[in-house]
Design a protein around this ligand. Structure first.
Ligand code: MSP
Length: 622
């Protein structure tokens, strides 16, 4: 039997799950349900990443032991998966013994092979990212908490596998998907690949899996976490099961964790002599409106709240329909409700109410005898067959949103067919024809419900129960004549716009109240005028400029990401506005003491300058 092994990232337990985590897991659930429906032997894995600094810090913040913290967080994820109707086959937690054993086994194997060596590392470390970063990365301006660190550590000879990895990516066109992500990784691999620091001294970071060859160290969280994908199917324990499912068909990931999955992971597997996964698929990012979801912006969408308000299936539907796999998508309550009302309430839900009302009115609520053999009737039938084939083609190439749209087009065509044939008019004069039309419409509705069942398992089940066809499949002809249809509540009651206002309040999107600051809070932000004295480019990056500015009688240095918008020459002499009490940061190895203000809209940026005869540097702005 054909197998299909799909994984999600394992989620950090530093915080409760949000809509981004829910998205990847729903996507995995939808894909695996489609594959299961075709009779494949599916293994769907999700789980939790419980080690490392992020989790350790979250536990410290709560004043509990990290294991206890993990044990308390895990049920939150499990509860969400249950509420989202996720049918995963396994749920792995990296603190489980089965996983610790495999990680130590792999470490020993790679060590014995000579691919792990000891070295003193002196360089830049990003505390927030929890890893050593290259000069180049530091210069990108994307890392904030950067510090110099000198430490003895263990390194994995990732560099040894650079060329083999490049060849593998080039020879296996579907290994990294979509295409633009593959190119991104190949671009990254044009630079010499550095070895990977895979240990953390216990004295600095104790929460991790102990190295089997040095008990003073724990394993770097990524070296540990990635291995979950082979632990779960039974690597080194249940070889038969492992060989059945590995190599995985897909590792589904967000674009944020592309490098770890397509560079670290394959090279680790190469070193351990384990076959590589068949494909890594990176999806885009859910933005809230235009912005990234973040706690500090107060715009984190809680999936449980949404489910409570609109039902699990509409949340699943929206997330799957709205995101083009591979690109970013914008979550707004407005678009959610628009989508719900048009696709679910109007097109799909209405079709069920319509046909069941007609059957009740004219046919004692029973499924009629024959199908419509007129040209229009046969057209619906052939469209059904075509739709089934097209949907599967789209699913196989991970175009879930297109698969849904094709199904909805079919649903709309059934509604149109009913309007054209108007069985309510035929019912009195030509009841037999009216019956045939209704049979065809109901059968088409049944096929669309089966097609949508991986996306909306709950509501489509109601449709199939109503039609007495819960056991039917995708082949045309699954209805049983004479069966009495069951009563049902509206599938998707229309949402009225007033609800929107409430949900905006409840779910944090545009949380106006959260954005309000008190006058005292505003007073805490020290904005001052500053004169630019000297500007230099920062070597090795085309984004950053180093500015010497004068604030009153004091001089200070700031680093700013405006090099693509201003040349050093045009800046000198300008009077700008600077936040002067921002905590100093080291950007690209250079101290930055303050931040200038600028107006930005997409790719355009204009510096905020201030002019006037009475303006001098160091004036406070209120
Ligand atoms: N623990 C690591 C992954 C280890 S895998 C061996 C990790 N965890 S995470 O909790 O930060 O979650 C990462 C994943 O959550 C992302 O890759 C993505 O799948 C999902 N998302 C988190 N925020 C998201 C959005 N805003 N939008 C879409 N998905 C996002 O990284």
């Amino acid at each position: 039997m054909k197998t299909f092994y799909l994984t999600t990232p394992i989620y950090y337990v530093n915080d409760k799950p949000h809509i981004g985590h829910a998205y990847t897991t729903i996507l995995a659930d939808v894909l695996t349900r489609f594959h299961r429906n075709t009779g494949e032997d599916v293994f769907f894995l999700t789980g939790l990443d419980e080690h490392g600094q992020k989790v350790q810090q979250a536990a410290e913040k709560r004043g509990v032991d990290p294991q206890k913290h993990c044990n308390e967080m895990a049920p939150r994820f499990l509860e969400l998966w249950e509420n989202l109707h996720i049918q995963n086959d396994d749920f792995i937690r990296t603190t489980e013994k089965r996983h610790v054993d495999v990680v130590q086994h792999i470490l020993q194997k790679v060590y014995d092979k000579g691919d792990i060596y000891e070295d003193v590392y002196e360089g830049l470390y990003s505390v927030s990212e929890e890893r050593f970063i290259t000069e180049k990365e530091a210069k990108s301006g994307e890392f904030r908490d950067i510090k110099e660190l000198k430490e003895k550590n263990y390194f994995f000879r990732m560099s040894n596998y650079q060329q083999t990895l490049i060849d593998h990516i080039k020879n296996n066109s579907g290994f990294i998907q979509p295409e633009h992500r593959k190119n991104e990784v190949l671009g990254f691999l044009k630079q010499p690949l550095e070895d990977l620091c895979i240990s953390r001294p216990k004295s600095r970071l104790g929460w991790g899996i102990e190295l089997p060859f040095d008990s003073d160290y724990v394993t770097y969280v990524w070296f540990d976490a990635l291995i979950n994908y082979i632990t779960a199917p039974g690597y080194n324990v249940n070889e038969e099961n492992f060989n059945k499912y590995w190599p995985a068909n897909y590792h589904l990931i967000g674009k944020d964790i592309l490098t770890t999955h397509s560079v670290y992971w394959p090279t680790m597997l190469m070193s351990a002599n384990i076959p590589l996964p068949q494909a890594i698929f990176a999806h885009g990012w859910w933005l809230i409106g235009e912005s990234k979801m973040s706690k500090s912006l107060g715009n984190v969408v809680d999936p449980l709240g949404l489910i409570e308000e609109y039902g699990v299936d509409s949340v699943r539907y929206y997330l799957m329909r709205e995101m083009v796999l591979g690109q970013d998508a914008s979550f707004t309550i407005e678009s959610f409700i628009k989508r719900y009302n048009s696709d679910l309430a109007n097109d799909f839900g209405n079709l069920l109410s319509r046909v069941s009302n007609l059957l009740k009115k004219f046919f004692d609520g029973k499924i009629p005898q024959d199908e419509d053999d007129s040209a229009e009737g046969l057209d619906v039938k052939s469209k059904a067959v075509e739709t089934v084939a097209m949907v599967w083609e789209k699913i196989e190439v991970m175009r879930v949103n297109e698969a849904i749209e094709i199904t909805l087009q079919f649903v709309r065509s059934i509604n149109k067919y009913l309007e054209t044939k108007a069985p309510w008019k035929l019912a009195k004069e030509e009841p037999e024809i009216a019956g045939k039309v209704l049979f065809t419409a109901v059968e088409a509705l049944r096929v669309s419900a089966v097609l949508l069942s991986p996306i909306m398992p709950n509501r489509t089940q109601t449709v199939l129960e109503t039609l007495g066809a819960t056991e039917s499949g995708l082949d045309w002809g699954g209805l049983t004549s004479g069966i009495e249809i069951k009563l049902h509540d509206p599938l998707f009651p229309r949402i009225d716009i007033k609800k929107l206002e409430n949900s905006v309040k409840n779910h944090g999107e545009k949380k106006e109240l959260k954005n309000v600051i008190t006058f005292d809070e505003f007073q805490n932000i020290e904005l001052k005028t500053a004169k630019i004295l000297k500007v230099e480019k920062v070597d090795g990056t085309d984004k950053l400029l180093k500015l010497q500015i004068k604030v009153g009688d004091k001089q200070r240095q700031i680093v700013s990401g405006i090099a693509q918008f201003y040349s050093p020459e045009e800046l000198v002499g300008k009077m700008i506005v600077v936040v002067t009490n921002l905590k100093p940061a080291t950007i690209f190895g250079i101290k930055s003491n303050g931040m200038l203000l600028a107006a930005k809209n997409g790719k355009a940026l204009t510096l905020m300058t201030i002019e006037g005869k009475k303006v001098s540097s160091g004036m406070r702005i209120y």
